[in-house]
Design a protein around this ligand. Sequence first.
Ligand code: C2E
Ligand code: MG
Ligand code: MG
Ligand code: MG
Length: 278
Amino acid sequence: KAKEHGRNCYQFYTSAMHDHAQARRQLEGALHKALSNQELTVVYQPIISLDGKQIGCEALLRWHNEALGEVPPGRFIPICEELGLIITIGEWVLYQACSQAKAWCNRFQHPLFITVNVSSIQFQRADMAKVIARVLRETGLDSRCLTVEITETVLADNAQNILQQLLTLREMGVELAIDDFGTGYSSLSYLKRFPLSKLKIDRAFIRDLPDDQEDRALVKAIISMAGNLNLKVVAEGVETQSQLEFLQTLQCDYSQGYLHSKPLSASAFQEWFVTRVK
Ligand code: C2E
Ligand code: MG
Ligand code: MG
Ligand code: MG
C-alpha cells in the first residue's frame, strides 16, 4: 500500500515537475529573444525628497511577451541572472535610463536624479565601473545624477574587486544606494566598509506604518543610524499619507511609492514631472 502510494506521489511530482520545466523552458526561450524583439521597456517611478525639492526616479524593467503577456520582474530577472542575460539586458537598461535622464535634464531645466538597479551578477564582471563610465560618456549624463542600486548580495561577496569598482564609481561622482535594506542576512559591517551614499528601507518595514509598533521602532532606528553614518534614506513602498507624515517626523530624506505614483512610461513620467515642478 505504501509502495502504491509512493508511486502515485512520484507520478504526481514528475508530471508537476514536467509542467514546471516546460513552462520554464518556454520562459527561457522567450527571454533570449526579448531584447532583440523589442519586448523590453523601462518605466520610471518618482522618488521625492521629503521637503519636495529634489525629484528623481527609479528605472524599472518591464517585459511584455505576446504569448506570455506581462511577466513581472520578480519572475524573469532571477532567470536573466541565472542565464547571464542580465549582463546585456542590464547594460541596455542603464543606457536607456541614462539617455532618458539626460534628455529630461536638458528639457526641464530642473535637476533630476535617476536610479538604476544593478545586479550582483553584473558586478561579478571585473569592468562594471568601466561599463557605467562609458554609458555616462555616451549619453552625456552628469555622473552625479546617477545612483546605482545594489543589494546586500553584492556587498556580501567579499571580492576585493567589487570594493574597488564601487570606489571607482564614487570617485566618478556616481552615488550608491543599498536596495531593500533590512531584508538581507549580511552583517551591518558593510555599511562602513563600502562607500555608500543612500539606503532604501524595504517596503516590508513601511507597509504597516504608522500603526505597527515594531516597524515604527525599526524604521526610527534605521533612519537614526543612517543619519549618523552620513547616509541618505529612501523609504520604499509609501502608499498612504499617514505613512508619509510619520516619515516626515523622523526626518527621512526621500520617499517612493504608489502615494506619489506607480512606475510610469517615459512620456507619462514627463507629464507627471512637469505638473509637479510647475
Ligand atoms: P526594487 O528595486 O526594490 O523596486 C521597487 C519595487 O517596488 C518595484 O517593483 C515597484 O514597482 C514596487 N513598488 C514601488 N512602490 C510601491 C508601493 O507603494 N507598493 C507596492 N506594493 N509596490 C511598490 P517591480 O517593478 O515589480 O520590480 C521588482 C524588482 O525587480 C525590483 O525591486 C528589482 O529588484 C528588480 N528589478 C526591476 N527592474 C530591474 C532592472 O532593470 N535590473 C535589475 N537587476 N533588477 C530589476
Ligand atoms: Mg531598486
Ligand atoms: Mg527595493
Ligand atoms: Mg527588490
